[in-house]
Write a protein that binds this ligand. Structure first.
Ligand code: ADP
Ligand code: ZN
Ligand code: ZN
Length: 719
């Protein structure tokens, strides 16, 4: 085996000794003003995609040889490439095009995206360490694909018809299937067919959350054998990530399961991409390069001739609109919509969806947290040995402490937000900057001992419900057990797995959690799900809030009654409970009917009337500074510069004035943003490309020196 990092070969004869210049993508500091690609000298030709080590300043860094011509700073001669990673095949043209597209589209540098897409150890390990790592035997190639270790279940007619369509159409597909309709089984079959059709074929399956990958991985390894499947997500150790990445890159792994970062995996044989729960916000990276893995998956599929399946019970309005059927005066969307409305049938109570129970909180005593009918339902379920889930998207004990005498509130000194009361360790903690103090004994404002917690978080629900259910016994005579799962209880590695296992094993009767528990989990014995305070999201200023709330509630209700046989055997009926002050709200009616299409139609009409996505395209420019004045000043100057230069595409763009963010100060940094909108994606892209140099130039003007940072967010999720 060749050593991993070889010095560039000496020339065959002195006559050929003129070293060639190779363009290399390296991770240059953002906004460093360095070009996209740097030039290095090498005495042998290097194919694009080759991984190299090159000197940058005083360091030696990882780089990727690129195509094209590199520029040399005037008067400088190129430094030589210091090593070539011969042990790793060059990254192919598909991968390089994906990276180049993402860099262009999301307004980042090529080197930043390229290097961030590689496993950290490739950058960090020294050449010898890396060589040693590579010498370890890789997973057996290929063999795993047909290794079906579980008997196949008979497909439902809806599943069969979806798969038949996927086989004959090029896609992309939107698989619109109710929770529990068997979407995962469809993915498994499509992966199977893709791998069987071609010995080099690979599939990429993406899920929104790290904590959902173990479950899915189990199903995939049971079907395809452990050798064929690797995971890629940020919760893995760096050595694991390198190993998975190499297995995918070499083709040894036929299936990659991962979170959003997996969209950049090198997959030379890629034939199928699945994006499960495609509506989920976590597909959008929220720092650095703010890419959407779902949107990149669509682009990648088209470029690499891989089929793409987006799946959801509550699609994003973008994907829903993109999959609209053709009508007389509309050619229809770019995606093909496939529908699986029914839950997997079994017996009389054939996989019915949960019944919605609405508690009108206007008729409940003031400050009711658990209404009497909900409490009675919970008690009844526990006594029958069934499980319940309570959803509240607010962790901690109470969102704020308040002094009735002087109106003091537990505000974070560094943010425009309250510090949340956590009773368990008696702290006030800011969920934005992390600043934490001990709970004061008396009001810091006036010394009054009369400070009270206002509102509820999951910690308080757990405490209250444990009291309310004290004395309630399960069929085995044990007292009811209430537990909570949120990011506070799962901070330690492995605790989430343990807690989830306790739910699955039936140890826990009532599970209280944030949205973290609402998604994807296949809890078999949960028959009741309740959202106790969903109202906040009904009147949010974010135009996507209703869409997110509907998805969350429908997903949550999808946790109930997943095992139709169990529900039927119990003589039970699965239920979704909502406690709301607005029972007449359109979302409630749509939830009652499990009618996503009606909800989507109503939302799309509003969006169309207001010319909002998907009928318009948006980008945000964010600026952070010590004062709002500086932050907004930069944005205004950049906006003025665009007008002064009459930039290409400006006539198709609406540039809104700079405004503070909803939470305008975090960790003593003032945040402002400016919205750009256009009916044309192309016009917006053209404008952003032309504008970028002006943004850099504005930033380097002396009056904007004190700006902390700025960034562009293309297709932002939250405004
Ligand atoms: P979804 O991903 O749409 O929520 P799943 O694929 O997880 O649904 O399917 C829900 C449950 O139904 C799973 O336990 C799965 O094993 C089972 N299932 C899926 N398809 C079938 C089928 N054709 N026959 C019987 N059970 C099925
Ligand atoms: Zn006070
Ligand atoms: Zn804070």
């Amino acid at each position: 085996m060749s050593t991993l990092v070889s010095p560039p070969l000496p020339p065959l004869s002195a006559a050929l000794a003129t070293p060639a210049l190779v363009p290399v993508a390296v991770q240059t500091p953002t906004h460093s003003g360095l070009g996209e690609l740097l030039s290095y000298a090498c005495e042998r030709p290097l194919a694009p995609g080759t991984l190299v080590r090159v000197p940058l300043g005083a360091r030696d860094v990882l780089g990727v040889v690129w195509e094209g011509v590199a520029e040399l700073p005037p008067g400088r001669s190129a430094r030589p490439v210091s090593g070539v990673l011969d042990g790793i095949a060059p990254l192919d043209a598909h991968w390089r095009r994906l990276v180049a597209f993402a860099a262009r589209y999301y307004q980042r540098s090529l080197g930043e995206i390229a290097l961030a897409a590689l496993p950290p150890q490739l950058r960090d390990l020294g050449p010898e360490q890396l060589a040693r790592r590579l010498r370890r035997p890789a997973a057996k190639a290929g063999a795993g694909a047909a290794e079906n270790t579980t008997p196949l279940i008979a497909l439902s007619t809806e599943q069969q018809s979806a798969i038949a369509q996927i086989n004959v159409h090029p896609g992309p597909f939107l698989l619109f299937g109710s929770t529990g309709s068997g979407k995962t089984e469809v993915y498994l079959r499509c992966v199977q067919e893709a791998l069987d059709a071609n010995a080099d074929a690979q599939a990429l399956v993406m899920v929104p959350e790290i904590n959902l990958t173990p479950q899915l991985q189990e199903r995939f390894t049971a079907r395809f054998g452990a050798d064929s499947v690797v995971s890629l997500h940020s919760g893995m150790t760096n050595p694991q990530r390198l190993k998975s990445w190499l297995a995918a890159h070499s083709g040894a792994a036929r299936i990659v399961l991962g979170t959003r970062l997996a969209v950049f995996a090198s997959l030379p044989g890629l034939k199928l991409i699945v994006v499960d729960e495609e509506h989920d916000a976590s597909y959008k990276q929220q720092e650095g390069a703010r890419y959407s893995a779902r949107d990149l998956a669509i682009w990648r599929g088209r470029e690499q001739h891989a089929k793409v399946i987006l799946g959801s019970a509550t699609p994003s309005l973008e994907s829903w609109y993109a999959s609209r059927p053709a009508t007389e005066d509309d050619p229809g969307g770019r995606y093909l919509r496939l529908e699986m409305p029914s839950r997997i049938a079994s017996g009389d109570n054939a996989g019915s969806l949960p019944v919605l129970r609405v508690v009108n909180m206007n008729h409940q005593p003031r400050r009711t947290v658990f209404s009497a009918p909900l409490l009675a339902a919970l008690q009844q379920r526990v006594e029958r040995g069934e499980q319940c889930m309570i959803l509240l998207n607010r962790r901690g004990y109470a969102p704020v402490l308040h002094c009735a005498d002087c109106d003091w509130k537990s505000d974070c000194p560094h943010c425009s937000a309250h510090q949340v009361f956590h009773r368990i360790d008696r702290t006030l903690r800011c969920h934005h900057c992390g600043y934490s103090v001990r709970v004061p004994r008396a009001c810091p404002g006036c010394g009054s001992p009369d400070i009270t917690a206002i509102g509820q978080g999951t910690e308080q629900l757990e405490e209250q419900l444990s009291l309310l259910l004290a004395g309630v016994l399960r069929p085995d005579g044990q007292p009811a057990k209430v537990a909570r799962i949120d990011t506070d209880t799962t901070r330690l590695k492995g605790t989430l797995e343990t807690q989830l296992a306790q739910v699955h094993s039936g140890e826990i009767d009532v599970l209280i959690g944030t949205q973290m528990v609402a998604k994807g989990h296949d809890f078999r014995r949960i028959t009741l799900v309740a959202a106790v305070q969903p109202d906040g999201a009904l009147f949010s200023s974010d135009f996507r809030a209703p869409e997110r709330l509907f998805a969350l509630l429908l997903q949550a209700s999808g946790r109930a009654g997943r095992d139709a046989q169990y529900v039927a055997a119990q003589g039970s009926r699965s239920e979704m409970w909502l406690q709301t002050f607005h029972p007449e709200h359109a979302i409630v009616a749509a939830l009652r009917q499990h009618d996503y299409p009606a909800f989507a139609a109503q939302q799309l009409q509003e969006r169309r009337d207001a010319a909002m996505p998907p009928f318009a395209f948006q980008a945000l420019v964010r600026a952070d500074a010590r004062t709002q004045e500086v932050a907004q000043g930069f944005l205004q100057a950049a906006s003025d510069a665009a007008r002064a230069h009459a930039l290409a595409g400006l006539e198709h763009i609406t540039l809104y004035p700079p405004v503070p963010l909803t939470i305008q100060r975090v960790a003593n940094v003032e945040r402002a943003q400016m919205l750009l909108e256009s009916p044309s994606r192309t016009a917006l892209q053209r404008f952003l490309a032309a504008w970028q140099p002006l943004l850099h130039a504005t930033r380097s003007q002396p009056e904007h020196k004190s700006l902390v940072r700025w960034l562009v967010d293309v297709d932002p999720l939250a405004i």
